[in-house]
Design a protein around this ligand. Structure first.
Ligand code: NAD
Length: 497
């Protein structure tokens, strides 16, 4: 707690403004300047950034093509050492990064601190994996007189397109993996968190990544993102964001008259938690509250639906309503805050429209009351819980603090799993049960990437809980897992007589 208080005070002194522009050697963008305001109080300016114009996008691609070979020829251990140095610098300067995560992304202090830790973990993990995988060619058996070796190398120019909800961890995770594997990288941050992306790229430059090997291109997805993904010079795209955008990127890559690019897409979910009557109601409620409402529900892993067995459903609903009444929504820079703002007006409108529909069609279980004094100038949305008849009521991912509760009867477990699989999404699943057979039944049939038993279903430790979805939720391989780097790599077999 004392450390948190010290950090809270430290970030108060880092007030900005932060100003950013494309980082592309040899180009000066004449794109529009975008003002960035604080989601918790729209009267506060955080900074501004200049978007990349089309000449800057083109120059970045040309620079990347020219720079990639030399970077790829460096020993993997040298690239790894640069990433590890960046991790140290990130931790040394964490006050600035935490301040930006709070002000630009509306993250709570604990979330912002966790974000810095996860970003540093990604830098170190991919450095370690690069040493292990890329450091030496694999010698393969072959006919006498011939030597056969398998080399891993960078694919070429990799574009990294990231979301705003983990503006540092996912951003640096993608970028560090692509760099570790020997690619030249063009990083396109989310529109809402372009300043964090800028400071992160500067950090990597200062740690030793050459300016033409890692370039930063802020701007709209539909213009800058689309221009990058339709360019034939791009050999791969690492994308995290909505399923709809992943489809658009996939189409753009496929329409090119160019070598087929690698696409790593980590996308949305319709995540459920299943609780049976052997589970402890207190534990279910504690875990579903953090899974659904922490980070204002703006995590891809967040629980959107709680399937609760009928016998304990009334008790769980009453406890849920009670626990929600205790949640404090407000300034994410205050340690007493549980739930901060949502990212912008567009996100809020989707939630308001969804709540209006649920108010008519569903039974409200709980709603947090907002204090206008602390939330009146920001994009806040009060957490809510509704009871609904079935998953078919939800037609899209609701990316915010709304939980839906569905009751099930003892013989309906197979149908519950079928409903979840029928959404086509497959990111996270929570199971609360003290019956081993039930846990086994669910986890072996549900088509999801990450399954969490008797705990909350958010958070994945890099290198320990590789994270990523199936079906509409992503292509794999899992971020923070041992196979992730391989998708960023090409392979060459060298046979010498
Ligand atoms: P988004 O799809 O709107 O945007 C993501 C990025 O794509 C942004 O940088 C945006 O500018 C860019 N983009 C938009 N249109 C583009 C186009 N036509 N071509 C190229 N790039 C384009 O998503 P978001 O709102 O930033 O993030 C929230 C979504 O991300 C949710 O669906 C969430 O579930 C998902 N997400 C998934 C994971 C995961 O690991 N599976 C992690 C975090 C977030």
């Amino acid at each position: 707690d004392n450390e948190l208080k010290a950090l809270a005070e430290a970030i108060q002194s880092k007030s900005g403004p932060w100003n950013a522009e494309p980082l592309v050697p040899g180009a000066k963008s004449t794109g529009a300047t975008v003002q960035v305001t604080n989601p918790a109080d729209r009267r506060q300016t955080v900074g501004s950034y200049v978007t990349a114009d089309s000449a800057t996008v083109d120059k970045a691609l040309a620079n990347a093509v020219n720079a990639q070979h030399a970077w790829d020829r460096l020993p993997a251990a040298s690239r790894a050492a640069i990433l590890e140095h960046a991790a140290e610098q990130l931790e040394a300067r964490r006050g600035e990064f935490i301040a930006l995560c709070v002000r630009e992304a509306g993250k709570s202090l604990p979330d912002a601190i966790a974000e810095i830790r996860e970003a540093a973990d990604f830098l170190r993990y991919y450095a370690t994996m690069a040493r292990r995988l890329f450091g030496h060619p694999e010698q393969l058996p072959g006919p006498t007189g011939e030597s056969n070796q398998l080399f891993l190398n960078g694919r070429g120019v990799f574009v990294c397109i990231s979301p705003w909800n983990f503006p540092l961890a996912i951003f640096l995770g993608q970028v560090s993996a692509a760099l570790a594997a020997g690619n030249a990288v063009i990083a396109k941050p989310a529109e809402q968190t372009s300043l964090i992306g800028y400071v992160a790229v500067k950090l990597l430059h200062e740690a030793g990544v050459p300016a033409d090997v890692l370039q930063y291109l802020p701007g709209d997805g539909a213009t800058v993102g689309a221009a990058l993904t339709r360019d034939p010079r791009v050999a791969g795209v690492a994308f995290t964001g909505s399923t709809e955008t992943a489809w658009a990127i996939n189409r753009a890559l496929a329409a090119r008259n160019a070598p087929i690019a690698a696409l790593i897409a980590e996308t949305g979910g319709q995540n459920a938690m299943i609780a049976d009557s052997s589970a402890l109601p207190e534990q279910i409620v504690k875990d579903v509250i953090s899974s659904a409402f922490q980070s204002a529900g703006q995590r891809c892993s967040a629980a959107r639906v709680l399937f609760v067995q009928e016998d304990i459903a009334d008790k769980v609903s009453a406890m849920l309503a009670g626990a929600m009444a205790e949640l404090k929504v407000g300034d994410p820079g205050q340690l007493s805050t549980d739930v901060g703002p949502v990212i912008d007006e567009d996100a809020k409108k989707i939630l308001v429209d969804h709540a209006a529909r649920m108010d008519k069609e569903a039974k409200k279980i709980g709603e947090v009351t907002l204090d206008p004094a602390t939330t009146g100038h920001g994009t806040f949305f009060a957490p809510r819980a509704y009871e609904i008849p079935g998953l078919a009521t939800l037609t899209r991912e609701i990316f915010g603090p709304v939980l839906h509760v569905i009751r099930w009867k003892a013989d309906e477990l197979p149908k519950v799993v079928e409903q979840i699989n029928a959404t086509g999404y497959g990111l996270t699943l929570g199971i609360h049960s003290r019956i081993d057979d039930t846990v086994e039944f669910i986890q072996s049939r549900a088509r999801v990437g990450n399954c969490y038993v008797n705990r909350n279903q958010i958070g994945a430790v890099v290198g320990v809980q590789p994270f990523g979805g199936e079906g509409l939720s992503g292509t794999g391989p899992k971020a923070g897992g041992p196979h992730y780097l391989l998708r960023f790599a090409g392979e060459r077999t060298l046979t010498i007589n």
